[in-house]
Design a protein around this ligand. Sequence first.
Ligand SMILES: Nc1ncnc2c1ncn2[C@@H]1O[C@H](COP(=O)(O)OP(=O)(O)OP(=O)(O)O)[C@@H](O)[C@H]1O
Ligand SMILES: [Mg+2]
Length: 360
Amino acid sequence: MSLTEQAVREALARVNDPELNRDLVSLGMVRRIDIADGAIRLRLALTTPACPLKSVIERDVRAALEPLPGFRGVEIEFTADVAGRARGQQDLAPGVRNIVGIASGKGGVGKSTVALNLAVALSQSGARVGLLDADIYGPNIPTMMGLREPPRVVKNQIVPLEKHGLKMISMGLLVPDDSPVVWRGPMLNSALRQFFGDVDWGELDYLLVDLPPGTGDVQISLVQLVQVTGCVIVTTPQLVSTQDARRGLAMFQQTNTPVLGIIENMAWFRCDGCDKIHRLFGEGGGERTARELGIDFLGSIPLGQNVREGGDSGVPVLLADPDCEQSLQFRRIAGELAAAVSVQNLEGGRRPVEINLGSG
Ligand SMILES: Nc1ncnc2c1ncn2[C@@H]1O[C@H](COP(=O)(O)OP(=O)(O)OP(=O)(O)O)[C@@H](O)[C@H]1O
Ligand SMILES: [Mg+2]
């Protein structure tokens, strides 16, 4: 009996995407089926090029097709079609499929470092990525990327700078280094509005937004101005920092903003002399907080001198030292984040546990 397209499609309808828990056919992932003499060529469009479970999908597809009568082999071509947020008619950045805020309740936990390295990791996976430095009080991203020239304006649109595979815009590029900027509510709101509406972002799969610390006006403006896919909370393992993370979480919940997960930074230090792991800021705080609040834990990043040096030199650690433990974790977490974005867009995400602001 010869193999038919219908038989292949029916078999694929029994294979689930492990992250989204729905079958490949109803998810629209099967883009092409060619059969010649029992040899199948498939094109599958993943919901993100940074898909952490691609090999699982490939294995399950093979297992589903091999028993079919007349099967003589399968070749799978993977492409990606990134699932996007809901965009209304008035959306300020209609070409941007996902906007993800990188937040923390507490300052100095590594938001900017994490935002930049995750952006680079997503870009390396093949996605189109932008980085918006929304820390208008103390913008650090230009230094961390080794950029300082003011952006050009073409046809009334600000052209983002491009480096390390990213498009980037920052208040640090628009105002001179040493001038203190005093932002009042309406000004701040219009500055942020410009960062979305007046910047020529083009088509992007992911725009990561590096937020200032805390739960202030910038965070509120962000979620009011644009439909964000969600926010990520960065914390360090110790108690005060995870308490602050909870506060950040409560704020996003009050504004009905999905929280895509928690990332723990500065999780441990590995001694380069004896290879022993030291947990300077305690152990497992980020994971515990995530579990208690019913939010995904996206992963931990260890301390590393190379991370700090990457920030100071303008070459992110992921590019300067791609095989180190920190870079490995950044890539892994970027995959988890991309998967959480897909789940959010296709399934409405997982519901976090309701918490209130007083419960720190
Ligand atoms: N995993 C790490 N290992 C070593 N140094 C790190 C790590 N993560 C961040 N740093 C360093 O810690 C400092 C603070 O990081 P960063 O500026 O990213 O934090 P932030 O949360 O954005 O701070 P702010 O609240 O001021 O915006 C920087 O010097 C950075 O290089
Ligand atoms: Mg910062």
